[in-house]
Write a protein that binds this ligand. Sequence first.
Ligand code: GSH
Length: 217
Amino acid sequence: MTITITAFEQSPDGGKGLARDTRVRWALEEVGQPYEVRPVSFLAMKEPAHLALHPFGQIPTYEEGDLAMFETGAIVFHIAECHAGLLPDDINARARAIAWMFAAVNTVEPPILELANARLLEGDKPWSKERLPLVADRVRSRLNQLSARLGDADWLDGAFSAGDLMMVSVLLRLRLSGIVDEYPNLAAYLARGEARPAYKRAFFAQLAANAGKPSTG
Ligand SMILES: N[C@@H](CCC(=O)N[C@@H](CS)C(=O)NCC(=O)O)C(=O)O
């Protein structure tokens, strides 16, 4: 059955890989599943046809046969459950890898998004200068904890898993802020993620789809 995902027709980042279709492409590349991409414009995302797939009018979505779903955590989990390579067989190790997936989207991503919003959407407000360092420190307090847990290990819990795929994807959103570079072990963790052949294929596929289109974000 063909897998079809949606992605921005024109990603606001111009192809830096920060849009969330990249993590779904990455998961599909890790498990060797071919997929098709249906580009969606900002306008079309809020229209009934897309809202039937994604109640919040966002990308990415995932369709395969009778299944249509949204939310990257759930999509990557589904891919990892259906195909070998992203979750360990041992039941306890599998549970821990899933916990890292949730930690990525539920504990680490929120302050990172808050920082992005503070910069992009509130940067021109008179109070922004005072608020930004507070928001950045909230990110740092999470990274302090993550860095302490990772230590000098390659991945968060044994072999690379969907937990690492989600965590690296979330941390990459900090790249432009330079904050990850304050943590050499996290910077090396990101570099290990980006060096994976499956990540590179996903990254270059989304880059090719955005080639020549201007960055607006
Ligand atoms: N929690 C959702 C977030 C999805 C999301 O925020 N998608 C962004 C692109 S990365 C989007 O569609 N933004 C456009 C909008 O919200 O109108 C997920 O992980 O799938």
